[in-house]
Ligand binder design. Structure first.
Ligand code: DGJ
Length: 328
């Protein structure tokens, strides 16, 4: 074998070994199964049968700037992710003009209709349009087709989040600046409309994320500081409709949530235990393709929730357990 071929082989093997990383490394480059840094920013995750699907903002370099893209990844273990492709590739759907915005896509699976229904924040360059966009697909890997845009409950909507309760009921979380808070709303029977207000949380927070754990609802949000991180906070309630407690810090405030911003709380229920993962973005606004993910299991007990200092860890989805990776 000539030397160049040998070197190429070594490179391919190294690349795939890197992709087969051991666990989850908060804040580091996260290679997909082909070795490319995952592009699923401001994302959401659903589980269908035994597969997890992660959708998010595709911000790779070199994309056609006339489009906005949502990427999709699949995984059985929440650690090794296979790129399914850009499941939505959209041109300006509402004449929003240059620098229009598609952010924080979230997909819900409608089991009876066998449809994947995507919501995203749709806006113009100065965030005045403030609507959600909806797109639909028959398959998790797309292609998703644009359906429409609207203001949920007739209200301005910017950051959106998703919450699926234990009985499978889907909810959209959306931040509304004029009301200085965020809404939790149920969806219509076909998931394509936002139906009814379930709760309004009077706190100026975005990046809204909710989980139901041991009989209590926990809501996390981040302050309105653009791409800059801030101390994210949480509140609890016995019912989704509230009343909600006051908001408290999820981590030492000086760390600014370890330089991250909430996007989802993911509950992994296994046969031995349940792990709740705080999923957050470490934004790099000048080099968005290199923005990182901070995923860490949170400690929860009664009305307390705490984000431990991020360190590499590994998850066992079957058991629902996690442990720190040994540091070399
Ligand atoms: C914070 C939001 O959470 C992000 O999704 C994005 O809209 C930035 N603001 C823009 O400044």
């Amino acid at each position: 074998m000539n030397k160049n071929v040998l070197l190429a082989c070594v490179f391919v093997v190294c690349k795939s070994l890197c992709a087969q990383q051991q666990g989850i490394h908060p804040g580091e480059v996260w290679p997909d199964t082909k070795g490319n840094h995952i592009q699923a920013h401001g994302g959401g995750i659903i589980k269908v049968a035994d597969t997890y699907y992660w959708y998010g903002e595709e911000r790779a370099q070199g994309l056609d700037t006339g489009f906005r893209y949502v990427s999709g990844y699949s995984s059985k273990d929440l650690t090794h992710w296979t790129f399914m492709g850009d499941v939505l590739k959209l041109t300006d759907p509402e004449n929003l003009g240059a620098h229009w915005i598609l952010e924080r896509p979230k997909v819900f699976y409608h089991k009876a209709a066998k449809k994947y229904v995507m919501y995203f924040h749709l806006d113009n360059h100065n965030y005045k349009f403030a609507r959600v966009g909806v797109a639909v697909s028959d398959k998790p890997g797309g292609p998703f087709s644009y359906v429409k845009s609207f203001r949920p409950l007739g209200l301005e909507s910017r950051d959106i989040g998703q919450f699926i309760d234990d009985d499978g009921t889907p909810y959209l979380i959306f931040e509304s600046r004029p009301s200085k808070g965020f809404y939790i709303a149920s969806l219509s029977a076909d998931y394509r409309e936002v139906d009814k207000q379930i709760s309004f949380i009077h706190a100026p927070l975005e990046g809204g994320a909710i989980v139901h754990y041991k009989g209590l609802y926990y809501a996390i949000g981040s302050a309105l500081t653009g791409w800059k991180p801030n101390p994210n906070k949480y509140a609890t309630a016995a019912s989704l409709a509230g009343p909600w407690s006051d908001f408290k810090d999820i981590a030492p405030p000086a760390t600014n949530t370890y330089q991250s911003q909430s996007t989802l709380l993911l509950k992994v229920e296994g046969k031995d235990s349940t792990t709740v993962i705080f999923m957050a973005d470490q934004w790099r606004p000048a080099t968005q393709w290199d923005s990182r993910y901070l995923w860490m299991p949170v400690e929860m007990s009664g009305e307390k929730l705490w984000l431990p200092e991020p360190k590499p860890w590994k998850l066992n989805v079957k058991k629902g357990t996690w442990e720190y990776l040994e540091q070399k």
